[in-house]
Design a protein around this ligand. Sequence first.
Ligand code: NAD
Length: 499
Amino acid sequence: MTELTNWINGQHVKSTSGRTSDVYNPATGEVQAKTPLSTVEELNDAVAKAVEAQKKWGATNPQRRARVMMKFGQLINAHMDELAELVSREHGKTLPDARGDVQRGLEVVEVCMGAPNMLKGEFTDDGGPGIDLYSMRQPLGVVAGITPFNFPAMIPLWKMAPALACGNAMILKPSERVPSTALRLAELIKEAGLPDGVLQVVNGDKQVVDAILDNEDIAAVGFVGSTPIAQYIYGRAASNGKRAQCFGGAKNHMIIMPDADIEKAADALVGAGYGAAGERCMAISVAVPVGQETADKLIDALVPRVEKLRVGPYTSDQEMDYGPVITAQAKQRIEGLIDSGVEQGAKLVIDGRGMELQGYENGFFCGPSLFDNVTPDMDIYKEEIFGPVLSTVRTDTYEDALNLVIDNPYGNGTAIYTADGDTARDFAHRVNVGMVGINFPIPVPLSYHTFGGWKKSAFGDLNQYGPDAFRFYTKTKTVTARWFSGIKEGGEFNFKAMD
Ligand code: NAD
């Protein structure tokens, strides 16, 4: 049994709390490691050390900090397979998917190599007689990142790379279910030249999170996870005077118009609905065909594709489409929601409940499920299922489909499949969702744009990564300066110069 540690001042440090959380191998159901649930004192001590380390790091010029990012990026690339294996071992996702997890994090590190350019200030020459104005971006100090289980590499990298490149120190609190990748990334960034104490990984649960929210030396909190926790963290951080951006859950719809290429739409839905066992905040969980004929054609195209999905452990010799879900409780919750869908009158076209894999009977595998005739009052529509379940809500018109998306409380991602440019443009313009795909099922923006949902999918302003991250992790100071030599005449101000 591996006893995991914290990462403090550039070293693995054992927690003395005596409390731990189990880390499973989701494919076998076995406990393979224990995550320490650190104490409030351990968190406060890590923050105090980070405060000291940040002073020198914040004063290090941006180009030198960017060089650390450059080396870090090279090391992530060199250790890609090892990191992917770590991700798969604790999360359960397939190896190609785990490589994608690392890759999408690496791409944010790559953008942070350009930090000097992003941190350049603004200058107004001669804003008045002899007056110049300039703005500079300065680090916040110590900031915190609190991350979810579903992207063990990508989201810690989305948090740490911009925060550190901007000259902050970071307290990273990874998900207690998948902590090993973050610990390995901490080792790699040390090897890349990050001074000790600038990145502290403190493992834990609500106790440590609350201590982060109440610690006066933490200036900002970046959170990613479920909506109720995002809302809670946003409220408590903000009331303690911290800058906070908290990204929450999702219910992402894909509209399929009558003129869409149904085969392509069905392919996209299978990847976006069932990939990573549906445990993506950008997964499509609701298909919205417009018109009965479109709906019938779509279900006909989906059924053989969904039936063909291969579900298994990442260690399998054959290529799998997705792996187990994260815990036995997650599997139970997903199957409970499928039960409720049946009870509330939806048509379960493919039933993935009760899946058992030979040799992996204790693994947390869920077969793929497909629902038709789902209505917005059903729990399977209202809840974020976060499992391999696709619900179909039939609509009569484009306006009905659009309003369904608009009325949904979540607003992370959405997509439309259509051959008509006017409809696509109208959708992109009117929909109240943060990330929109046009004939593109999972519209996660590239790392030099920014990522963020609307409505209950995000609390606070500014998005993750890209230009917004450089704004979030710095504060702006604006100087108005006057030098008299240019405007003095005979010892008096020359007010004529102001005309
Ligand atoms: P979660 O909310 O359970 O946990 C996220 C983090 O919060 C973890 O580090 C956890 O330790 C901590 N936490 C959990 N309960 C807490 C509590 N009561 N008080 C304080 N801290 C607490 O989320 P999860 O299950 O790890 O991740 C899945 C969720 O994350 C899904 O809802 C998914 O949609 C969402 N997600 C959102 C995005 C996005 O960018 N919008 C990205 C990925 C995942």
